[in-house]
Design a protein around this ligand. Sequence first.
Ligand SMILES: Nc1ncnc2c1ncn2[C@@H]1O[C@H](COP(=O)(O)OP(=O)(O)OP(=O)(O)O)[C@@H](O)[C@H]1O
Ligand SMILES: [Mg+2]
Length: 261
Amino acid sequence: MIKIDNLSKYFGPTKAVDGISFDIKEGELFGLLGPNGAGKTTTIRMIATLIPQTSGTIEVNGYSIPKQSEIVRNFIGYVPQALSSDGSLTGYENLLIFAKLVGLNKKEREEKIKELASLMGMENVLNKLVRDYSGGMVRKLEIAQSLLHYPKILLLDEPTIGLDPIARRSVWEILEKLKANYDVTTLMSTHYMEEAEMLCDRLAIMDRGHIVAIGSPKELMEKTETNSLEQAFIALTGHEVEEGGNFRELRKVRRTARRLQ
Ligand SMILES: Nc1ncnc2c1ncn2[C@@H]1O[C@H](COP(=O)(O)OP(=O)(O)OP(=O)(O)O)[C@@H](O)[C@H]1O
Ligand SMILES: [Mg+2]
């Protein structure tokens, strides 16, 4: 469904993504796991057709980016790392705007909003202002927004960053439901080891613009003869996931958490 070959993105002298290759199969939940600055967001933005690559090829469902980006946009859903819903509107109004943007007619809008609200377990808060939502509920609303046009592929950039453990779990449940009941292929980024281990069918461990290993969590542990993804990560990269960029990380988590409050 997604084929990436020797993909790079340079920002001036910074090699944000430096020659990565991976394939994602239809129906897979694939993770990009890596610390701050690994290149996860840059990779997702290129696949979301938002920034052009410096070199290398991206194919999504047989269409190549950037040449056929307009076609690709029809079947991808994207939830950015930062906030993408409007706190001064209700959940229903946010969904309605997105539904209109993607061209659903009145009947389709009503049906799809009802279906997604039920999937997210947010029927009771649909008419409340989003600024009064919990962080987990905001993320679920944003995932719902990205699903209104029935995308084949969902791109999620750190869907649980800044959430408490309970809210995080509720987002995992949604991703599992989507995988089980909808025909969606998901690419998500995370720097939470536990999340990658629990959710992802396969993952690519990214570090400083490179992919250091690809496989299922089990394969990565076997390959490194370790008992957890965290140990596997250290064995593969020579450092812990938190190392470096702590300040940036904290600042970002707090900024996201504050916006979600
Ligand atoms: N627009 C930009 N201009 C210049 N440098 C950038 C830009 N976007 C990203 N970078 C740099 O590219 C590198 C990779 O950044 P990226 O945001 O892709 O990492 P990430 O894995 O998503 O990290 P995080 O966990 O912090 O979200 C970093 O060194 C970052 O500073
Ligand atoms: Mg990022």
